[in-house]
Design a protein around this ligand. Structure first.
Ligand SMILES: C[S@@+](CC[C@H](N)C(=O)[O-])C[C@H]1O[C@@H](n2cnc3c(N)ncnc32)[C@H](O)[C@@H]1O
Length: 364
């Protein structure tokens, strides 16, 4: 990838993710940029602490950067930033309308259509729908371009973060984290970018030879593992036979049936079900029930303890167990009681309003 020396040519991208995964996004992007031949002088991560947003300034052409950004697996959206301005005063929506009317948005003129999306964080007296309406009216007044919610040419993003308004153009029309259109769906499925983050934390250096998800649900973690690690064996276990059958169909839909197996069983008794030929696993990666939609009656201290004892029997000596646990206090207690594991890292991630920990464990 060629790069410009002139700092004024730099594009600012805004990459969105789940709060708590920002460091993973920076690491993934850095790898992609290095692979594309950009050295560290060609980009910078401006200091900003908006949760779930990773701004980056890069000396590269849009035509080169766009396909690279759209390959990122840890993000929801890649947005090319166009403007940022404060929203101070009595009428923030009027500020949005007038600023958008005066703004030149790349790719937008009278012959193109557009739509506006908005994400709002912080306390405001207006909704994100109000922001969309104000921004849409401003853009129409400024460019004459018509709105088309379905067949738009340009997807304008107008986000309000506290007292700032960030305007950009989305490169990703659909969330990149919803990349698996699969035959078997469940509401409890995790987003693919979170699955990617878990798998990344489970991997040190080489790709794992085998990954086990002992509470596999629809199989998101196995699908993601199958896509990022082309030779890894994939094993899923779930106590719900519909999930086991559904996850198998999902794996088949992505051409992963030959490398993958799904089995009915209990995550607390893995040694009795997982095929011994597949063990030990380099990576055991899972998001067990949180006890919100699923598993409200579970005794979590006991569940985690038994799962940890069971997983300990199948992990390779240099393997890793990475799991999401919503009941962090209970998980820490269960981990002490189970023994055999060392907690190497915990990071809190936001998933739709809840804040589980991503635990990274190695066998002692
Ligand atoms: C949060 S969901 C996992 C979602 C999954 N990561 C996905 O993307 O679809 C938790 C899963 O654990 C399963 N489960 C609950 N208790 C279990 C147990 N004791 N052993 C194995 N699976 C269990 C549930 O049936 C459910 O499919």
């Amino acid at each position: 990838m060629s790069s410009h020396a002139n700092h004024d040519d730099r594009l600012t991208l805004e990459l969105t993710t789940n709060p708590g995964l920002e460091a993973i996004v920076r690491a993934e992007l850095t790898e992609h940029l290095a692979a594309a031949g950009l050295d560290t002088a060609a980009y910078e991560f401006p200091e900003r602490t908006d949760k779930g947003r990773v701004p980056v300034r890069i000396a590269a052409r849009e035509t080169e950067l766009r396909p690279l950004a759209l390959r990122l697996r840890s993000i929801h959206h890649a947005i090319r930033q166009v403007a940022a301005f404060p929203l101070v005063g009595d009428d923030p929506l009027e500020i949005i309308r007038t600023r958008l009317a005066a703004l030149a948005l790349p790719g937008l003129d009278t012959s193109t259509t557009f739509r506006v999306s908005s994400v709002r964080s912080g306390e405001h007296e207006f909704t994100s729908m109000d922001v969309q309406a104000a921004a849409g009216a401003g853009i129409q007044a400024g460019t004459g371009a018509p709105v088309d919610l379905r067949h738009y040419d340009v997807h304008v993003e107008v986000d309000v973060v506290g007292e700032r308004c960030l305007v950009g153009v989305r490169w990703s029309n659909h969330p990149l984290s919803r990349r698996f259109a699969r035959p078997f769906e469940r509401r409890v499925a995790i987003a693919a970018n979170v699955a990617y983050a878990l798998l990344r934390l489970a991997t040190t250096g080489q790709a794992p030879r085998s990954v086990l998800d002992p509470c596999c649900g629809t199989g998101t973690i196995l699908l993601e593992a199958g896509c990022i690690h082309p030779a890894t064996r994939l094993v899923g276990v779930d106590s719900d036979a519909r999930c086991v059958e559904g996850a198998a169909r999902n794996l088949a839909a992505y051409g992963l049936a030959e490398r993958g197996r799904t089995l009915v069983g209990d995550a607390r008794e893995l040694d009795t079900i997982a095929d011994a030929a597949e063990a030990p696993f380099d990576a055991i990666v899972t998001n067990p029930p949180f006890g919100r939609r699923l598993g409200r009656h579970i005794d979590f201290r006991r569940f985690y303890r038994e799962l940890l004892v069971s997983a300990r029997k199948l992990i390779a000596p240099d393997g890793r167990l990475v799991l999401l646990a919503d009941r962090r206090g209970l998980f820490n207690t269960a981990c002490r009681e189970a023994g055999g594991w060392h907690i190497r890292d915990v990071r809190i991630v936001e998933l739709g309003g809840i804040h589980p920990g991503i635990y990274v464990l190695t066998p002692t």
